[in-house]
Design a protein around this ligand. Structure first.
Ligand SMILES: NC(=O)c1ccc[n+]([C@@H]2O[C@H](COP(=O)([O-])OP(=O)(O)OC[C@H]3O[C@@H](n4cnc5c(N)ncnc54)[C@H](OP(=O)(O)O)[C@@H]3O)[C@@H](O)[C@H]2O)c1
Length: 507
């Protein structure tokens, strides 16, 4: 009889450790990200009693605020954006007693911050364990890191770590320079580059599905998989992010980080352990094996688009170039479709189609593993007319779950086959709300677990893949292809996959 061997040293490795007493310092502590994501996440961790017994959170920005003003601002923001509602005033009151604000408009501000941190350590017994969080516009990252070093904010005892928000650089060179700057103050194992997709439950579930089950891995390769489709579709337009988005575009905003991370998780080899080194070693191997798209292959492998006016859920919406803050002749892409190949033993010749866009008809992020058709067709073409190829779909948002599509007999006389879905729905199966990605990631950073953060070599490979495509598009006299808001992107993106005899899934 087969037995399961459990290694007691490994069991619960990631579950058991609660964070040590510590201080979180948020630069950009009054910004949108802090208000909508970071503070609601920290409050929800407090609600679940997952924060250390002794802790403090110190917000910082250039504009001054008193502690009381800061607490009042965040009270309203957390009340609005917390995933658990209504705000538990009792928990909030205790939580808010640990909240502070120190402005850092200049050198004096950083000295005042150091004094405040030292003082809080003595008061709360946090032993100078400090998690710095860069939530400012990326142009300020380097100056803030240097200031952390110059003004001795790391503290003399305890650990120091730094979480860096996306975007990490705007190309390979600037990402390398930023890493160099950070390394003047923090070692690589103290740097936590955040990609919030990796904190999502279903994204982590990719690893659990693949490597905790015996049935998927044997067919997870070129022999059985026809192709993979990764889709990240948004219904929203550029909203208030015109300044950032005009410089970034969909390639830098979504493909370089989120889509390539999803690809790496789906395509990676089984790691030897579930720890930061083993998992990231395997992911980076995939990114290294990702075939560069040569300039001459670009038209067949990459399509960029930009939305024009149209309708989303019956409501008229303006085109990208008509949005406030967007240049009337902007060539920024709001849509990207790509065909990639991972040149290794497992995946040789298997296309990975990726697409992302704004103002698409539906908000959805999913990975579809599309399997090869049965080798021999037993049933007539007529009987099989309603049969699609088998697909395993990992739904990442909004309805997190997994579904397996296969053919079943329609209950009528004779044989008629139709595709049906076997569905696993996270909410229905576990009856609990999944934690927000930021809760997971902040807790991991406090514990010192970098498994779900991006290492320097991963970021480097991600930029290495997208840089030449961005450069070729920038050099091209052609504008992006246009697509109507509310459609699934430009017809050229359909052609990209249809030229291979396949089609985009109706997500
Ligand atoms: N918002 C999101 O949903 C989101 C999602 C993913 C990633 N991000 C990333 O998170 C970062 C922040 O985005 P955001 O939307 O929160 O921006 P934001 O609303 O413009 O807030 C920026 C914050 O940084 C502060 N700040 C600016 N320069 C500073 C400096 N030199 N030193 C200290 N504080 C400084 C600002 O306050 P003062 O002006 O008073 O200094 C403000 O608190 C960006 O890198 C963004 O790409 C944001």
């Amino acid at each position: 009889m087969a037995t399961t061997i459990v290694n007691p040293l490994r069991e619960g490795l990631r579950l058991a450790r609660t964070p040590e007493p510590s201080t979180i310092v948020i630069f950009g502590g009054s910004g949108d990200l802090t208000q909508r994501k970071l503070m609601p996440a920290l409050y929800n961790l407090a609600l679940q009693r997952l924060l250390p017994g002794s802790f403090s959170i110190v917000g910082s920005a250039r504009q001054p605020l008193t502690d009381d003003q800061y607490r009042a601002e965040l009270h309203d923001a957390v009340g609005e954006h917390s995933r658990t509602k209504p705000l538990n005033e009792e928990v909030w009151k205790t939580f808010a007693e640990h909240l502070f604000f120190v402005p850092t408009p200049d050198d004096h501000g950083y000295d005042a911050l150091r004094e405040r941190l030292d003082h809080l350590d003595v008061e709360l017994g946090t032993n100078a364990n400090r998690l710095f969080y860069l939530a400012t516009p990326p142009g300020s990252y380097a100056a803030i890191v240097k200031a952390i070093g110059v003004h001795g904010l790391r503290g003399r005892t305890g650990w120091a770590r730094i979480v860096v928000e996306k975007p990490f650089g705007r190309d390979r060179q600037s990402a390398r320079e930023l890493t160099e700057t950070i390394h003047q103050v923090f070692r690589e194992d103290e740097v936590f580059r955040i990609d919030h997709y990796l904190g999502k439950e279903t994204v982590q579930n990719i690893l659990v599905m693949r490597f905790a089950n015996g049935i998927f891995e044997p067919i997870w390769n070129r022999q059985y998989v026809d192709h993979v489709q990764i889709t990240a579709a948004e219904t929203i337009g550029v909203e208030e992010r015109a300044g950032y988005y005009e410089q970034a575009g969909a390639m830098r905003d979504i493909v370089q980080n989120h889509l390539l991370q999803l690809l790496a998780l789906v395509a990676m080899e089984p790691p030897a352990a579930f720890d930061d080194k083993a998992v990231r070693d395997e992911k980076v191997k995939v990114l290294r094996a990702l075939r560069a798209i040569r300039a001459e292959d670009l038209p067949d492998h990459a399509v960029r688009g930009q939305y024009t006016h149209g309708f989303i859920e019956g409501v008229a919406v303006p085109g990208y170039r008509e949005e406030p803050g967007i240049a009337k002749d902007s060539r920024t892409e709001t849509y990207v479709a790509l065909k990639g190949f991972v040149d290794n033993w497992r995946w040789e010749g298997t296309p990975f189609y990726m697409r992302t866009g704004k103002r698409l008809p539906k908000r959805t992020t999913e990975i579809a593993i599309q399997f090869r058709v049965a080798p021999h067709q037993l049933f007539s073409r007529e009987a099989s007319a309603g049969l699609d190829p088998n697909a395993l779909v990992l739904r990442i948002q909004p309805d997190e779950g997994v579904s397996l599509k296969f053919g079943a007999k329609v209950p009528v006389q004779g044989i008629r086959i139709r595709s049906v879905n076997m569905d696993f729905d996270y909410g229905a199966s576990f009856m609990v709300d999944a934690p927000d990605a930021y809760e997971t990631l902040i807790l991991d950073a406090l514990r010192g677990d970098a498994t779900l953060f991006t290492r320097r070599d991963e970021v480097d490979q991600q930029w290495a893949f997208v840089d030449p495509i961005i450069a070729a598009w920038a050099a091209s006299p052609e504008p992006p292809y246009f697509y109507e808001a509310g459609s699934w992107g430009p017809p050229e993106a359909d052609a990209l996959i249809e030229q291979d005899g396949r089609e985009w899934r109706k997500a």
